[in-house]
Design a protein around this ligand. Structure first.
Ligand SMILES: [Zn+2]
Length: 105
């Protein structure tokens, strides 16, 4: 029995590969705004990360979004994203992004 192929994405923070469903998509819209994409269907360049606030904070600290989305984000952009992220992170409570990464690679 072959498992069905499920689309997977790599977390820009911890580099773990998870299914799209387990990850939060952040998208740079054609207008140049960066936002959390809850539907996963918005147009634009996307980056994925585990749905953990810890992971988000690490991305903020290391400017992982700037690199992944090839954009220069202002502190206000991060502030807004953080609020959006905070609102949805409860859905992803089982994932431990930002943890257990130091001794795994
Ligand atoms: Zn992660």
């Amino acid at each position: 029995m072959k498992p069905r192929k499920i689309p997977q994405r790599k977390c820009i923070v911890c580099q773990h590969t998870l299914t799209k469903k387990e990850m939060v998509r952040v998208v740079r819209t054609p207008e140049g705004a960066v936002e959390v994409d809850v539907t996963g269907k918005k147009n634009g360049r996307g980056a994925y990360l585990c749905g953990k606030m810890e992971g988000f904070l690490q991305a903020k600290k290391t400017k992982a979004f700037d690199r992944a989305l090839k954009v220069s984000m202002t502190p206000e952009d991060y502030e807004r994203l953080e609020q959006d992220f905070n609102a949805i992170q409860a859905r992803y409570a089982t994932i431990n992004c930002g943890r257990n990464t130091a001794h795994e690679s």
